[in-house]
Design a binder for this molecule. Structure first.
Ligand code: OKP
Ligand code: ZN
Length: 347
């Protein structure tokens, strides 16, 4: 399977995120994808290429123009505010809530950080825009390869994407790579696309982007939002709206869930995807379901990821894999490549 990878991901390197009242070192670090890259090379899984370049206007297929404009210029604004001191990352600290105005874009930088985000765990750094944009090009390149007839392709990207919505960042995510890949498949002629999100966390960005669409089926297995991040979305009764009614499937699972129950839920998601008649599949590939993950609560083991790859291959669809979470750095490469290798062996 071909992998699209770009070196500029390392320019996004947050120093700290807000956690239980203090700033702690970021979990979402560059070494995550370096580990996956090393494992791909070691196991000779296939070619590793740099992505094509695209026109930035394609990002508007998924994201709002004012949001993209803000992200593009945010670091320079932040440095200017801090009188040229670029030592600290920018973190939001104030947000509109129910009953507040979100239709007026404030002039104040901190206010715009809040308007376009939903948590204080997602630092914006000097290289964030470049890294996120090049990551998006990886996702689009992978989709292009699958449209060209490849059985599968892998976008090895960070920052991750599934928490990013039409006009908000959060959960370490800025541009929704999986949503972009899915839209590219649609634009390339696939009539119905399915996204299966196997990251530990619910993909609130992806769900909100496609909630009213019948041509995008979103299925997610994740920690129950009653106790797990991102908390405010991802319940089983969210099934879509309007034309998209019945095209959203959330399978929340309790903290502590092990592979047998998790695998059963994956089977349920794949049956729903088959019923929907999807012609291509996008996998939001997070491996923070691993038992050793420092911020998550499922109990999957290394070999389970081979079985996941086999199950995904059994769907029989052209497949774009997009990297998301996975924070146990020493095992993130093995677990991720196990999924891809299991897929290849069955596919
Ligand atoms: C991104 B992805 C830990 C609290 C949780 C946000 C988690 C974002 C996960 N300090 N912070 O879905 O893997
Ligand atoms: Zn996650």
């Amino acid at each position: 399977m071909i992998t699209f990878y770009n070196e500029r991901h390392g320019q996004h390197h947050g120093k700290a995120e807000m956690f239980r009242g203090e700033l702690v070192p970021c979990f979402e670090v560059p070494s995550r994808v370096e580990r996956v890259l090393a494992e791909l090379r070691g196991r000779r899984l296939g070619a590793i290429e740099a992505p094509q370049a695209f026109d930035e206007a394609v990002l508007e297929r998924v994201h709002a123009r004012p949001y993209l404009q803000f992200l593009r210029g945010a670091w320079e604004e932040w440095v200017a505010l801090n009188a040229g001191n670029a030592q600290r990352d920018a973190l939001p600290s104030v947000w509109p809530v129910r009953g507040h105005r979100s239709d007026v874009v404030p002039q104040n930088f901190a206010a715009r950080m809040g308007l376009f985000s939903y948590d204080a765990g997602t630092p914006l750094t000097a290289g964030t825009w470049d890294a996120a944009r090049e990551g998006a090009w990886c996702a689009l390149s992978a989709a292009g390869r699958v449209l060209g007839g490849a059985r599968a392709a892998f976008a090895l990207t960070r920052p991750p994407g599934h928490h990013a919505g039409h006009d908000f960042f959060g959960g370490y995510c800025f541009i929704n790579n999986a949503a972009l890949a899915a839209q590219a498949l649609r634009d390339g002629g696939v009539e119905r696309v399915a996204i299966v999100d196997i990251d530990y966390h619910h993909g609130n960005g992806t769900q909100t982007l496609y909630y009213d669409r019948a041509d995008m089926f979103y299925a997610s297995l994740h920690g129950d939002p009653l106790t797990e991040y991102p908390f405010f979305l991802g319940h089983a009764d969210e099934t879509g709206v309007g034309e998209g009614l019945g095209c959203n499937l959330n399978l929340p699972l309790p903290r502590g869930t092990g592979f047998p129950a998790w695998h059963g839920a994956l089977g349920q998601a794949l049956r729903a995807i088959a019923d929907h008649g999807a012609g291509a599949l996008v996998v939001s590939l997070g491996v923070d379901t691993f038992e050793g993950d420092p911020i998550s609560g499922f109990r999957l083991r290394q070999d389970d990821y081979l079985r996941i790859g086999e199950a995904l291959a059994s769907a029989g669809l052209p497949t774009v894999f997009v990297f998301e979470g996975g924070y146990a750095v020493s095992e993130v490469g093995i677990n991720t490549v196990n999924v891809l290798e299991g897929f290849e062996q069955r596919g």
